[in-house]
Write a protein that binds this ligand. Structure first.
Ligand code: TMP
Length: 202
């Protein structure tokens, strides 16, 4: 029986998720991975999703591309690692599609959840760490960076995404931990380690 645990880090662009995913994976000796783009096929899908020259991608096609990336990622990376007892730390997961395509693009949440149930199978993250910070904090960190298709979206889109993440965390408190992303890098890392210890005993 597998005792590998699947941990996802979620949050807005600029919240420090990738740095913390990497630090946590090192601390746990876990497989470090990401959505989108955690596989070679996924990188090609990610290139479409992020391409700023594409201005007519339909919201449903966007949701399906994210789900296709996920199906490949679960089959190629997540499920095999868990099956041999490795822990998996993923920079984003199925909850990003619910937040961005569901809440952000305002596609019906139940439908987005339904199509992702098929993409994910039984592999929903055991623990989701939401690094949450106010838009002003994130904006400061993003200044000077080249923006992708999602980052170019307006304030209201990003507000809906943030509210969506917070709502999902409130609805499933046993699966989610909300971490204050306005803190220093080290304080966020400490909170993440505390959460993984308390929730999963790792
Ligand atoms: P990041 O990987 O650099 O955080 O950027 C990924 C971008 O893609 C981010 O703006 C969120 C977006 N995204 C979705 O819209 N849906 C998804 O399912 C995933 C995984 C990411």
């Amino acid at each position: 029986m597998s005792d590998g645990r699947y941990i996802a880090l979620e949050g807005a662009e600029g919240c420090g998720k990738s740095t913390h995913a990497s630090r946590l994976a090192t601390a746990l000796g876990a497989v470090l991975t990401r959505e989108t783009g955690g596989t070679a096929i996924g990188q090609r899908i990610r290139a479409i999703l992020h391409d700023t020259s594409i201005n007519n991608l339909s919201h449903r096609a966007e949701a399906l591309l994210a789900a296709a990336d996920r199906a490949q990622h679960i089959d190629e990376v997540v499920a095999p690692a868990l099956a041999v007892g490795r822990h998996v730390v993923s920079d984003r997961s199925v909850y990003s599609t619910l937040a961005y395509q569901g809440y952000g693009r305002e596609l019906p949440i139940d439908e987005v959840r339904h199509l992702n149930r098929w993409a994910v199978g039984t592999h929903w993250p055991d623990l989701v760490l939401l690094i949450d910070a106010a838009p002003e904090v994130l904006e400061r960190r993003m200044r000077g960076r080249q923006l992708d298709r999602f980052e170019q979206e307006g304030e209201l889109f990003h507000e809906r995404v943030r509210d969506g993440f917070r709502q999902m965390a409130a609805e499933e408190p046993e699966r989610w931990v909300v971490i204050d992303g306005a803190q220093s890098l080290d304080s966020v890392a400490t909170d993440i380690r505390t959460a993984t210890r308390e929730r999963l005993g790792l």
